[in-house]
Design a protein around this ligand. Structure first.
Ligand SMILES: [Fe+2]
Length: 222
């Protein structure tokens, strides 16, 4: 099974968040206006949106990295013009968000949010800082593995995937209920980016590849 269940008690938020009753299927199908409406255009995005290291006057602290990959459909065809958004903690593991008050420093030169559109090859490309692990209060001594949150819109505004990208070899994987909520080992491995020397730029940044295949959502599979 690829997707985590809505209810995974070790991940405590799911206990309150998971639906307790069957979903109500809408009478209006996705064949309505949502599937034909335009999604995003290049004019919506700024030139620095995909470079999280250049959004402030100074450079953020931490390890500069390149994160790139392709957005594909289940047949391996590139999805062009898809909006890919990311958000993440800084190198110290702190989010620039009021909800994150744990005692790690904020970085005045790092907001931690970026976006871009995929090109004709379905490829997205970000320059950012490797995020740090951070504590959360799910259970005693709970720490999230370093990760980058991803949102990908498909070919229509109603098609959206939210997921997380992890880094190879993280010692926190076995202890993370969110990562472990995905039942299938191979599906978990697909969330781990691949270090790639060809993507790595000499004297500049390590490179990681992370491809995303957009399939049907769990709701559509019923
Ligand atoms: Fe996070």
């Amino acid at each position: 099974m690829t997707h985590p269940p809505y209810l995974h008690p070790d991940y405590k938020s799911t206990v309150l968040r998971a639906p307790s009753k069957p979903l109500v299927m809408p009478k209006l199908g996705p064949e309505s206006v949502e599937l034909t409406s335009p999604v995003f255009g290049h004019q919506e995005l700024g030139p620095l949106d995909a470079d999280l290291t250049r959004q402030h006057p100074g450079e953020p602290l931490g390890e500069r990295i390149i994160v790139t990959g392709r957005v594909l459909d289940t047949s391996g065809r590139p999805i062009r013009g898809a909006l890919v958004e990311i958000w993440q903690a800084n190198s110290a593991g702190r989010y620039a968000h009021g909800g994150d008050q744990h005692p790690a420093p904020l970085d005045p030169n790092f907001t931690g949010a970026g976006r871009c559109l995929t090109d004709d090859d379905g490829r997205y490309h970000f320059v950012t800082i490797r995020p740090g692990a951070y504590p959360w209060r799910n259970h005693l001594n709970a720490w999230r593995p370093a990760h980058i949150h991803f949102s990908v819109f498909g070919t229509a505004f109603t098609q959206r995937l939210i997921t997380q990208m992890y880094f190879p070899g993280d010692p926190l994987f076995p202890y993370d209920p969110i990562f472990q909520s995905i039942p299938d080992e191979k599906a978990r491995q697909r969330l781990i980016a691949r270090f790639d020397l060809d993507t790595t730029k000499p004297e500049w940044a390590l490179g990681y590849q992370f491809d995303i295949v957009l399939g049907k959502t769990p709701m559509e599979e019923s």
